[in-house]
Design a protein around this ligand. Structure first.
Ligand code: KG4
Length: 340
């Protein structure tokens, strides 16, 4: 293996990590949440500007923590997509400049592969493996038969589950990002509001969250128009029960159909306490193992990008310096990094 410096800047976290032979030497994350909070969501232009301000500071801090210098690196890895285009560009330009300056390989990493491989810091993968990727931008069921082999067997037909949490939190007057505030409110509440179970149509393992999101918004607005008070804790609980049930049910169906050895949950929403408890409960006393990521792995970081980069370094999968970003890069097409 090698000394790898990895950069992540796909959304609202600027992150740099350094690994040496698989050992994590530094993992620096500069989050912009407090800035975007007042807008109730990530403002792409502001996010890109903040990445340009933070990237050098994160690089310096990661190097100082690791005790290594840029010239010690064997490769520079970067998130190439999916994500916000302007944000991705900042990380890519930094990684390309370093690769050019130090004449070392440039490794293009898929952001969701990173979220999946974050789990490799806490458990050993066993194949076939099923990964439920739940974040602010994605809701996918990914089947892996071996390392770096990703088959998307189900995905959201509209909104991502995290986006749905954030919008529901907004209508309930809870802070951004809405996942944790809803998670906490739901613990205090009871399931008293009737909400429709989402229907993702024909796709056996597909998801749909826009109907549920609209149902909550409409119900809250109509109660308020009638002058009735909305019980935030009960609404959070009623919403969370339905939202989590959908991902849990589809995951369990796929576990049975594909007879997987292991299930992994990944992405920002995998921090959800009810989702974690449900997955643990449903997979207890089965032959399928569950990896639950520690909280530090659930948010965006560059340690997860370095973990994927280690595999690509071994296989000598490097990108030319003409590499461009791809905001819509699919995980099942990660080998195809054209130069647009
Ligand atoms: O993976 P992530 O950090 O960013 C993306 O790449 O999208 O995920 C962020 C999402 C946000 O929508 C946030 O509300 C959600 O993860 N989230 C949670 C929890 N913590 C964060 N959703 C539900 N429950 C949580 N405890």
């Amino acid at each position: 293996m090698a000394k790898i410096l990895a950069i992540e800047s796909s959304c609202d976290e600027t992150a740099v990590a350094i690994t040496d032979n698989g050992k994590l030497l530094s993992n620096v994350v500069a989050t912009q949440i407090s800035v975007h909070e007042k807008f109730g969501g990530v403002m792409p232009e502001i996010a890109s500007r903040l990445h340009t301000e933070n990237i050098t500071i994160c690089l310096e801090e990661a190097l100082s923590e690791s005790g290594l210098k840029l010239e010690d690196m064997d490769a520079f890895a970067v998130t190439r997509g999916p994500g916000l285009i302007g944000c991705l560009h900042v990380g890519l330009q930094a990684a390309k400049s370093l690769a050019l300056l130090y004449q070392k390989p440039l490794i293009p990493v898929h952001h969701l592969a990173g979220h999946i491989y974050a789990n490799a810091y806490v458990g050993q993968f066993k194949f076939p493996l099923l990964c439920l990727v739940v974040s602010g931008g994605n809701t996918e069921l990914v089947l892996m038969k071996e390392d770096m082999d990703f088959e998307v067997i189900g995905e959201t037909k509209d909104d991502a589950i995290g986006e749905c949490y954030d919008k529901v939190a907004r209508v309930l007057g809870l802070p951004y990002p809405g996942g944790l505030p809803i998670d906490l409110a739901a613990k205090r509440g009871e399931h008293t509001y009737h909400l429709p179970s989402p229907d993702a149509g024909a796709g056996k393992y597909d998801f749909s969250y826009s109907g549920l999101k609209t149902a909550v918004i409409n119900l809250v607005n109509s109660l308020r128009m009638k002058g009735e008070e909305v019980n935030v804790d009960n609404m959070a609980r009623s919403f969370q029960d339905v939202a989590v049930k959908m991902v849990v049910d589809k995951t369990l169906k796929a576990v049975e159909d594909y007879q997987v050895a292991q299930v992994i949950i990944a992405g920002g929403v995998s921090a959800n306490s009810y989702l974690r408890a449900q997955m643990q409960e449903k997979l207890a006393n089965t032959s399928t193992e569950l990896i639950i990521p520690p909280l530090w792995c659930t948010t965006d970081n560059a340690a997860m990008i370095a973990k994927v980069a280690e595999h690509l370094y071994e296989k000598k999968i490097f990108a030319p310096l003409t590499l461009g970003v791809d905001p819509n890069w699919r995980i099942d097409n990660w080998m195809n990094f054209n130069t647009k």
